[in-house]
Design a protein around this ligand. Structure first.
Ligand SMILES: [Zn+2]
Length: 292
C-alpha cells in the first residue's frame, strides 16, 4: 500500500511518520505502524472490476458461444462438418463467437456503468476537459502517426490486432453459410468499441491506480503488468475459437502486444487520460476494420 504525503504528495516510507521533504505528519503512516488497516476502496474497486470481467467476458462469453453454436447447427441441419481437425466450420464460429462477444460486451458495459457510474462519469468529465488543452497536441500528433503506421502494417502483412474470426469475416475468406454483410461489420465495430472501453478502463486505468496505490512496484513492472493483463483479457474473451491456428495466433499476439504496449506507455508516461486511450483504441480498430 502506497501512502502519499497529504501536503506535498511524496510517497512516504512505511515508518515515515513525518514527511522528510516537508515535515507534514501522516496519520495514515501512524495507523499503519499501529497495524490498522487503511482505506481500501481502490483495492475493492479493482477486484470487483476483475471479477465482473472474468464472470461476464470470459465465463458467460464461453457459455453463450457454445449455446449459439448449437442453435446454429440445429437451424442449419444440412451443414457439413467435414474438415479434419476442425470442430466447427468458420461460419458457425463467426456467428456464435461474434454474437456472444456483442452480448457480453453490452452486458459488461452495463454492469460497469451501473456499479461505478460515479467514478466513470467523473473520470470521463475530467479527461474530456484535458483533451482540449494545448499540451495534448504532441499526443495527438503521435496518435495520428501511430494510427497511420499500424493501419498500413496490418493492411499489408498478416499482423492482427482484431480477433482472427473478425478478420476472416472482413476480408471475405469466411466460407459463407449465411449473409450478414453490413450488419456483420456494424456488429464488429460495436463489439470492438465496447471492449476498447472495458479493456482500457479495467486493465489500464483501474489496474494502474490499483498497483500504484496498493503495491510498491516500479513503473516498469506496472507497465509490463498492464500490457500482459490487457492481452490476457482479450485472449480470454476472443481467443477460444476452434478455428484459430498457431500461425494466426502468433500474428495476433504480436499485433496485440504492439497495440497494448503503445497504449500502456502512452497512458503511464504521457496523458494518464482514460478517455483518450479509449478514443485512440476505438479510432484505430475502426480504421483497421474499414480498411481491411
Ligand atoms: Zn511532504
Amino acid at each position: 500500500m502506497k501512502i502519499r504525503c497529504k501536503n506535498c504528495y511524496r510517497v512516504l516510507n512505511h515508518d515515515e511518520e513525518y514527511c522528510t521533504r516537508c515535515g507534514e505528519r501522516s496519520l495514515e503512516v501512524v495507523k499503519l505502524m499501529n497495524g490498522e488497516i487503511i482505506d481500501d476502496a481502490i483495492d475493492y474497486k479493482f477486484k470487483t472490476n476483475l471479477w465482473i470481467y472474468l464472470g461476464v467476458a470470459f465465463l458467460l462469453n464461453g457459455v453463450l458461444s457454445i449455446i449459439l453454436s448449437v442453435f446454429f447447427k440445429k437451424a442449419n441441419p444440412d451443414l457439413l462438418i467435414t474438415e479434419v481437425g476442425t470442430a466447427l466450420p468458420e461460419s458457425i464460429a463467426f456467428f456464435s463467437f461474434s454474437n456472444a462477444a456483442l452480448c457480453t460486451g453490452v452486458i459488461i458495459l452495463g454492469v460497469l456503468l451501473i456499479t461505478f457510474y460515479k467514478d466513470i462519469f467523473l473520470q470521463i468529465k475530467k479527461d474530456f476537459v484535458v483533451l482540449f488543452q494545448k499540451k495534448m497536441l504532441p499526443h495527438l500528433l503521435f496518435l495520428i502517426i501511430v494510427a497511420g503506421a499500424l493501419t498500413f502494417i496490418i493492411k499489408f502483412t498478416d499482423v492482427l490486432v482484431i480477433p482472427p474470426y473478425f478478420k476472416s469475416f472482413l476480408d471475405g475468406s469466411l466460407s459463407s453459410v449465411y449473409d450478414e454483410t453490413n450488419f456483420g461489420v456494424l456488429k464488429i465495430c460495436i463489439t470492438l468499441a465496447i471492449y476498447s472501453f472495458v479493456i482500457e478502463y479495467i486493465f489500464k486505468h483501474m489496474l494502474y491506480g490499483y498497483l500504484q496505490e496498493v503495491t510498491l512496484m516500479k513503473e516498469g513492472t506496472i507497465l509490463t503488468l498492464m500490457v500482459v493483463l490487457s492481452m490476457l483479457a482479450e485472449f480470454l474473451t476472443f481467443g477460444f475459437t476452434s478455428t484459430l491456428t498457431l500461425n494466426t495466433f502468433l500474428y495476433w499476439l504480436l499485433g496485440d502486444f504492439v497495440l497494448n504496449y503503445l497504449l500502456a506507455i502512452w497512458y503511464t508516461a504521457g496523458n494518464k487520460n482514460l478517455l483518450l486511450n479509449v478514443l485512440v483504441r476505438i479510432i484505430l480498430l475502426v480504421l483497421i476494420v474499414l480498411f481491411i
